[in-house]
Design a binder for this molecule. Structure first.
Ligand code: ADP
Ligand code: MG
Length: 271
């Protein structure tokens, strides 16, 4: 059998075994091996590496889709010089994801536009790169989903969606006050994840006001107790990145601090 026919036959065999990428790169690998006078095992290693890389990349794409991120942004996209209140070293330390091994939590606090969601997503993207499961949900969507599940008598099953991922990102806690059922469901979720998985939370409301937010001081205290037991809180104070260009021109208002301590400063430029 000629070499070309043999290659074609091996290609078919690889496809039959579901090794699509290896089949695609086979001719190039054969050519490379001949040119380099590579050993059989070096040839095989190269062929399998191509297949492995493709599979890892596909698995990562699948995990990215499942994570439900609102956008795909990484730490490389974050301009630390715009937000001096963010300690770059601390964020880079968080990005090592040691906190996930310890089932710790991260809470980003700050006014709108300062990069809370961006940083939460960036940590999530890094976790996905490290082959962890991540799920992103806004607080509003989370509580309405759990409420529906509760009303339909399937809360236990539905909670699993939010307890199973290694990291759950819960975005925008505090934009809307919660009623008793929503507060109780969220408390149950936090309790079930406690010391079993990590939570990344973003909020515009400082902890002192969580009693009001959850409509129950005792529940809020118990919730914060679990949430903050192994947690890093990143307090971001500064201007909204969304207003960056307007701020440069000194034409608009900026908030600094969390909701309760928000103040208005005209033309407050941060750089
Ligand atoms: P928040 O969640 O605090 O309201 P976001 O994270 O949604 O703010 O940020 C608003 C927009 O500005 C996003 O598109 C985000 O990527 C961008 N952004 C915020 N801060 C920075 C920054 N320091 N560097 C680069 N982009 C930023
Ligand atoms: Mg946000």
């Amino acid at each position: 059998m000629s070499e070309a026919l043999l290659v074609a036959q091996v290609e078919e065999q690889l496809l039959d075994l579901g090794l699509k990428r290896a089949a695609a790169v086979l001719p190039a690998c054969v050519e490379w091996a001949a040119g380099q006078e590579a050993t059989y095992v070096a040839f095989l290693q190269r062929l399998l590496e191509a297949e492995q890389e493709e599979r890892h990349s596909r698995a990562m794409q699948a995990r990215l889709r499942l994570a439900n991120f609102p956008f795909h942004k990484t730490l490389a996209d974050f301009d630390f010089s715009f937000q001096p209140s963010v300690d770059e070293r601390q964020i880079r330390e968080l990005a090592t994801l040691t906190f996930v091994q310890e089932c710790g939590n991260v809470i980003f606090l700050g006014p709108p536009g300062v990069g809370k969601t961006h940083l939460a997503v960036a940590l999530g993207m890094e976790a996905i790169r490290q082959r962890m499961s991540v799920y992103f949900v806004t607080m509003q969507k989370l509580v309405s989903d759990l409420r529906r599940a509760y009303q339909e008598g399937r809360l236990d099953r539905r909670l699993r969606v939010y307890t199973q991922p290694k990291i759950l990102i819960c975005d925008e806690v505090g934009y809307l006050p919660l009623d008793a059922l929503d507060a109780a469901n969220f408390f149950r979720l936090v309790s079930e994840r406690y010391e079993r998985g990590s939570l990344i939370i973003t909020s515009n409301t400082s902890f002192t006001n969580w009693g009001t937010l959850f409509g129950d001081q005792v529940l809020a205290a118990a919730l914060l107790d679990r949430l903050l037991h192994h947690a890093t809180t990143v307090n971001i104070r500064g201007n909204s990145y969304r207003m960056k260009d307007k701020l440069r021109a000194g034409v608009t208002h900026a908030f600094s601090g969390t909701r309760d301590e928000a103040n208005v400063c005209v033309g407050n430029e941060s750089r």
